[in-house]
Design a protein around this ligand. Structure first.
Ligand code: BG6
Ligand code: MG
Length: 216
């Protein structure tokens, strides 16, 4: 059996503080089309694909042309918000943790994000080098909470699901990882992420010993 283990990270809300810009993008669209939307409703959208987020926000399924138009509009707003993105959006502890794990040598690291903008963000921030594999929203048909995005990432790392821990800030992501048979660390509020094996504020709160502990 392969002794290596893997960490699969979500991007928005785990490594970078872009979840707020997704919210602002949806809020701007909601205001534009006169739909009520606030941060509480936004919590349910976290981790969902762009299309699924729109449908969840509307609570109905408009025709495909309308869906496409509103998804494009939200993405334009989002891209405008992240135009001047710099390393200050990297969340506390994330860069150090990625570096520590990279140097350790017994862990492989992947990114699995529902975002179609994930590679753009990695590139803008110069943090692609930390990851042995990347799966983004352009590569999976079904987004979180479907487990396929994490299974694909594990496959790219050449690891079995039970050798992997997933780090997620969204309930949909924790569900997806558990459905894939992986261990989970939630980033954020324990009351919202109670399904996870462990919940912490950010990556500065965990160490390699924490990860090892999950496999004992
Ligand atoms: C996820 C975010 O990472 O990506 C969601 O948590 C977002 O809020 C989703 O909707 C899709 O992102 P994008 O960039 O493809 O619109
Ligand atoms: Mg997220």
């Amino acid at each position: 059996m392969n002794k290596m283990k893997g960490i699969i990270y979500d991007l928005d809300g785990v490594i970078v503080d872009t979840a707020q810009y997704h919210y602002l993008g949806w809020k701007k669209l909601a205001d534009h089309i006169h739909v009520e939307f606030d941060e509480k409703k936004n919590e349910k959208l976290k981790g969902l694909s762009r299309r699924d987020s729109l449908l969840a926000m509307l609570g109905r399924v408009p025709d495909e042309e309308q869906i496409k138009k509103w998804c494009e509009m939200k993405n334009r707003f989002y891209l405008e918000f992240i135009r001047k993105l710099d390393v200050s959006v990297i969340l506390p502890g994330a860069a150090d943790f990625l570096e520590t794990v990279r140097k350790n040598g017994s862990w492989k690291q992947a990114l699995a994000s529902s975002s179609r903008n994930a590679r753009l963000i990695l590139k803008k921030l110069g943090i692609e080098r930390f990851f042995d594999a990347v799966v983004d929203g352009t590569e999976v048909e079904r987004a979180k909470p479907d487990p396929r995005i994490f299974l694909k990432a594990a496959l790219k790392l050449q690891l079995q699901p039970d050798q992997v821990v997933v780090v997620e800030d969204a309930e949909s992501g924790i569900r997806a990882a558990q459905a894939a048979g992986m261990k989970t660390i939630g980033i954020g509020r324990p009351d919202l992420l109670s399904r996870a094996n462990l919940v912490v504020k950010d990556l500065s709160c965990i160490s390699l010993a924490t990860l090892e502990g999950l496999f004992r």
